[in-house]
Design a protein around this ligand. Structure first.
Ligand SMILES: [Zn+2]
Length: 395
């Protein structure tokens, strides 16, 4: 079934790639043509179904590179998860996936769930049986015994256990491997967030085993030492990348240069509630923490977008709110759209599938009133959401 979408402008994804008075032709799950309205109309023929949107923008569906579908975004997601059996958890995860899609997210990377339930949900959505974004699932994140998020089932002690865990994740259908290179904030009794949980040698084993299976490695790393180890080990993305030593900011320019050189993507995973972060830390410390994003960007580090959805007060429906942080930091809006689409697709290894509007790619797209490159709020409440060609109706 073909669909011709026309609008005042088409943003193809990369900053600067803009077609005024443009059109996108979709056939089934794929994009067939993108270009000026007249050209695409001629290709489509007179009988095609039309969806005309004066005053609107067509752009690629958004990509959230850091979510946890297993967490409910309530005040105590870990406690709630512990009290929820797999059947109820699967229902909650399906509902949260639907919320992501309703907010314009057509691809989400799940960086840690329980029992590989995100793999089942991924396949159900892909089969068209439930609404939701394309999901990449890390399944159980690797962590030392009792370490950060141990309750997700990925505890490993020593290199043999690391290899075994990765093989189990691969067998369960994982799309990538997540490793908790440093401690975090939500595991009682675990390492402090800046403390390393694995040494460089162990992280090398993680990368070696994952790459052997053709999977990328995402490393959760708050501490500078853990960032250095992860970069030495050759991970593919750094999550949070907070640059802390003993709780104090400690950025290293030589390491940032290697992040750029090695093509490692960085996802800050800041929630849509980032203003509360300012209130909690105070403006000075918050600014010091946010400044690392500007600093990395200035050095050429490839930043991508994610929200840690599922953590307390990081809901699944407000991706646009999280993008607002980058506007606050002074990023041009066109670049924010690029980060949330094309760059994030690169980070996930999906450039042949999504992240741009181009012939042959999946029909993951949004139609929004107005122009998100002059007002990000235009991304809220899209008039049309297509995920792999399927129309999602909000409300
Ligand atoms: Zn996370």
């Amino acid at each position: 079934m073909a669909l011709l979408i026309t609008a005042d402008q088409v943003l193809q994804g990369p900053a600067g790639a803009r077609i005024k008075d443009g059109a996108v032709l979709v056939d089934g799950s794929a994009i067939v043509a993108v270009g000026p309205r007249g050209v695409v109309e001629a290709l489509a023929g007179p009988d095609v179904e039309r969806s005309d949107h004066p005053g609107a923008t067509v752009l690629p569906g958004l990509i959230n590179c850091h979510v946890h579908l297993a967490f409910d975004a309530g005040p105590d997601p870990v406690g709630t998860l512990g009290d929820t059996d797999d059947a109820a958890l699967a229902l909650g995860m399906a509902d949260r996936a639907r919320q992501l899609l309703a907010g314009g997210v057509t691809t989400a990377r799940d960086l840690g769930d329980r029992g590989a339930l995100a793999v089942r949900l991924r396949d159900t959505i892909a089969a068209g049986d439930l609404p939701g974004p394309r999901i990449l699932a890390a399944t159980a994140p690797l962590t030392p015994p009792g370490g950060h998020c141990w309750f997700l089932g990925g505890e490993v002690d020593g290199t043999a256990a690391i290899r075994d865990r990765i093989r189990r994740n691969v067998a369960a259908g994982a799309d990538l491997i997540k490793v908790m290179a440093s401690g975090g904030q939500m595991t009682p009794g675990g390492a402090a967030m800046w403390e390393s949980q694995f040494d460089t040698e162990q992280l090398r084993v993680v990368v070696d085993e994952a790459h052997e299976a053709g999977l990328r490695v995402a490393a959760h790393a708050h501490g500078t030492a853990s960032i250095v180890s992860a970069v030495d080990a050759g991970v593919d993305s750094l999550e949070h990348c907070t640059w802390l030593t003993d709780g104090v900011p400690d950025e290293r320019e030589d390491v940032a240069a290697r992040i750029v050189e090695q093509g490692i993507h960085v996802c800050s995973a800041m929630s849509p509630n980032w203003r509360a972060f300012i209130e909690r830390l105070g403006p000075e410390r918050a600014e010091r923490s946010f400044a690392r994003l500007r600093w990395m960007d200035g050095l050429g580090v490839r930043l991508v977008t994610g929200t840690d959805a599922g953590l307390p007060f990081s809901g699944f429906g407000d991706f646009v709110g999280a993008l607002g942080l980058y506007e606050y930091l002074g990023f041009p809006l066109e670049r924010i759209v690029e980060m949330a689409t094309t760059r994030s697709a690169e980070a996930l290894g999906l450039t042949d599938e999504t992240g741009r509007l181009a012939p042959g790619l999946a029909a993951d797209l949004l139609v929004v009133a107005g122009d998100p490159t002059t007002d990000l709020n235009a991304l809220r409440d899209p008039a049309l959401i297509l995920a792999r060609g399927r129309r999602h109706q909000n409300g």
